[in-house]
Design a protein around this ligand. Structure first.
Ligand code: NI
Length: 503
């Protein structure tokens, strides 16, 4: 029994000793893990504590080897214990150690922590584009700093170059260009006494708008084409078109320097705006909208002189040649055709229609309408309408009565404006190319309607001379309906028109 007790008692003693030795190294290694950082103008020391009965002494020295003096005591704090030391000077290095006090004894001591008190990097750096297209930078003031250095780069991965130095935490960069992105970093400095420099701040970016494009428009081949010069920095252009409610809606985008709008109706006017833009860092940077580009779906300039050539009694064997000449000269004319001839020259009618010529009615048989009954007049007109509609898909809007004859019955019955002429070339009578040409060139003025016949060879030859010559003299060769429209006339059924002069 005694021997047994000794063995048991010895075991208890061993356990007690073992626990004691185990406890010592745990306390020495793990307990005091002190973190230090610069915060404002002071040094902040932090560590963890879970035992409310424990106290701490904070010792500081300005030499690594010793002369530590007590600067603070802390007790009763649990969780993260923090201690600020504001008694430090910029540019100095300090050495700290923290001691843990248990029941009046120094139970544990942290390793020596070295802290160099220098300027912190500026925080809250923010860059904005000003209304007058400069870059405006602001940041939080840094304690101890007497100035700031501003660094800039156009590529965030490349070297930042010193742009300037300021005393207050604000900087306006005037040396920015439209359409570019700029990246900035700031350093706080203490130049008066210590020649200290903080690390770089976080980066901020300012995205300058591209300049607004200068847009011009033109109309060719039933399309409106918008063009503009390259805008610096722009990667793309968005095209906006004013809709019937007067609101600009985006109708397309282009990475080229033009845009073609096919959705236009001839003779109508359209308004466009173009915005230049680029994408950077997930931002879309847009220019202001361009000045409005107003473009008519027509190549005619109402400010310039114009004349309407008209050809009667066809279509015939010379019609196509006249159409080809008109096409070559970007010109148009009006063909007053006889219903009885249309089927034989459908393709010439279609070619004329395709280049914007007007196909109008000269009735079916070329009878003198003044001698016909209402029903006969109606038939002459409606039958020609059918033939033309069948050939080109459009019903003629104008009529020229054969011989230019009319009376009140004719006016009441034809159901279309009656177009006569202001220049009679008498080509059918003279059968002379030169006399026909001279009849026009000696008398032509703005707003004239010229009467010719495309069934005579000399008339055709005269047309081939007249078309380029009138163009060279600055005349725009338009259809009768266009002449009326551009000169501001609204034609009425049964009314007689000889010309459309400027009013
Ligand atoms: Ni005739």
């Amino acid at each position: 029994m005694e021997k047994k007790w000794f063995v048991t008692g010895g075991r208890i003693l061993l356990v007690i000793l073992f626990l004691f030795f185990i406890k010592m190294p745990v306390a020495a290694e793990g307990g005091l893990n002190v973190q230090a950082e610069i915060s404002g103008q002071g040094v902040l020391l932090k560590w963890e504590n879970s035992d409310p009965t424990v106290g701490y002494q904070i010792q500081r020295s300005d030499r690594a080897e010793g002369d530590f003096t007590l600067i603070a005591t802390i007790s009763g704090q649990t969780g993260t214990v923090s201690c600020y030391d504001y008694g430090v000077s910029l540019g100095q290095t300090y050495y700290y150690k923290v001691q843990r006090i248990e029941t009046g004894w120094v139970a544990e001591e942290s390793p020596v922590i070295t802290v160099s008190v220098t300027l912190t990097a500026p925080s809250d750096v923010s860059g904005k584009r000003t209304k007058d297209e400069k870059a405006n930078l602001t940041w939080s003031e840094v304690q101890g700093a007497d100035g700031y250095e501003i660094y800039r780069s156009t590529n965030p991965d490349k070297t930042f170059k010193l742009l300037g130095t300021v005393e207050k935490p604000v900087y306006i960069d005037n040396s920015v260009k439209a359409g570019k992105a700029y990246y900035y970093r700031i350093k706080a400095i203490q130049k008066e006494q210590k020649a200290l420099t903080s690390p770089f701040s976080e980066m901020t970016a300012v995205y300058m708008k591209p300049a607004a494009p200068k847009v011009s428009g033109s109309y060719t081949k039933k399309k409106i084409k918008l063009t503009w010069k390259k805008v610096a920095g722009a990667e793309r252009y968005d095209i906006y078109k004013k809709n019937s409610q007067g609101v600009y809606k985006k109708v397309g985008e282009s990475d080229k320097l033009y845009f073609t709008d096919k959705k236009v109706k001839k003779g109508r006017s359209y308004e466009y705006q173009v915005v230049a833009l680029y994408e950077r860092d997930g931002h879309t940077v847009k220019s202001k909208a361009s000045a409005t580009c107003k473009q008519m779906a027509d190549s005619i300039d109402p400010g310039k002189k114009m004349v309407a050539l008209t050809f009667d009694d066809g279509p015939g064997r010379y019609t196509k040649e006249i159409v080809d000449c008109l096409k070559k000269n970007d010109a148009r004319a009006t063909f007053f055709v006889l219903g009885c001839n249309v089927d034989s020259y459908k393709s010439a009618m279609q070619a004329a229609d395709k280049i914007g010529c007007e196909i109008a009615s000269h009735t079916y048989h070329h009878y003198n309408l003044a001698n016909l009954s209402k029903d006969k007049i109606k038939w002459e007109v409606s039958e020609t309408d059918k033939k033309i509609k069948n050939a080109i898909g459009k019903t003629p809007e104008l009529v020229r009565t054969p011989g230019g004859s009319f009376n009140s019955t004719v006016k009441e019955t034809v159901g279309k404006p009656i177009i006569l002429w202001s220049i009679d070339t008498l080509d059918w009578k003279t059968r002379s190319r030169d006399k026909t040409v001279n009849a026009v060139m000696n008398h032509v003025k703005d707003g004239d309607i010229v009467l010719m016949h495309d069934i005579h060879q000399p008339s055709k030859e005269a047309a081939l001379i007249l078309i380029p010559r009138l163009k060279r003299q600055g005349y725009q060769l338009v259809t009768v309906s266009e002449l009326a429209q551009y000169r501001g006339y609204t034609m009425k059924k049964g009314n007689i028109y000889y010309s459309f002069r400027k009013r």
